[in-house]
Design a protein around this ligand. Structure first.
Ligand code: PEP
Length: 250
């Protein structure tokens, strides 16, 4: 049975440990009730909360929103892949558009992070997507090609797991999700680019997820109509009831 990824990006929320524990416990309770199929539910909280939230005894997996590429050393303020692995993280985001925009995360840096995450035996979730302006100028194909080509330069994927999340920047936090027909075209385009960079068998196996204003009303269409392998959920994942509705809707 095909695995469906449901990945929560809490971004820089909640603001206290107490609120975080309440949210996580509520998601745990709800997800126990809505357990079905072969879903991989992943929660990506702010780093500071990772050691204190306890996913047991559920099947919920933990992920990080960012990491550095070095294992340790004089890199003030950074978190290494080894540290995340030690905190039982299974996944790490790379190239989220907010990190590209506000923290100068370039495709070259993303490439180093992907290599480091794979070396630490975790799974990178590579976020790609065009801005509103780039879409208007019909540059989506070119942008995705460049982002994937540089981010995956030299990355061996034969026996390695990696997820690609198509997150059109114009759809993030706007309430204006991508049309499922359009998302399906992008899904095929990403598979075509991966085929060109690697081969058809790797492209077939690589999960492609959609993120951008997903809610309980549109989630199903991205899985069933756009044939996505999963969803990346920002705003709606901060509401335990809405998040569990999304899980049970797909
Ligand atoms: C995101 O920023 O990764 C995201 C999916 O956000 P939202 O669901 O709020 O659009």
């Amino acid at each position: 049975m095909k695995k469906t990824f449901i990945i929560a990006n809490w971004k820089c929320n909640p603001t206290t440990l107490k609120k975080t524990k309440t949210l996580f416990d509520s998601i745990k309770k709800q997800s126990n009730k809505t357990k079905k199929g072969n879903n991989e539910i992943v929660i990506c909280p702010p780093l500071v909360y990772l050691p204190t939230i306890n996913a047991k005894p559920t099947n919920i997996k933990l992920g990080a929103q960012n990491c550095y590429w070095e294992e340790n050393g004089a890199f003030t303020g950074e978190t290494s892949p080894l540290m995340l692995k030690d905190l039982k993280c299974k996944y790490v985001f790379v190239g989220h558009s907010e990190r590209r925009k506000y923290f100068n995360e370039t495709d070259e840096k993303i490439n180093k992070k992907i290599e480091a995450i794979i070396k630490a035996k975790m799974i990178p979730i590579l976020c790609v997507g065009e801005t509103k302006e780039e879409k208007k100028q019909e540059k989506t194909q070119q942008i995705l090609k460049t982002q994937l080509k540089i981010a995956l330069k030299g990355v061996k994927l034969k026996n390695t797991k990696l997820c690609i999340a198509y997150e059109p920047v114009w759809a993030l936090g706007t309430g204006k999700a991508c049309n499922p027909d359009e998302a399906k075209k992008i899904n095929l385009l990403i598979k075509k680019i991966i085929t060109q960079l690697y081969n058809p068998s790797i492209a077939k196996k690589l999960p492609v997820l959609y993120g951008g204003s997903v809610n309980s009303k549109n989630a199903n269409a991205f899985i069933k109509e756009a044939c996505m392998d999963g969803l990346l959920i920002g705003g709606a994942s901060l509401d335990a009831r809405e998040f569990s509705k999304i899980i049970s809707s797909i």
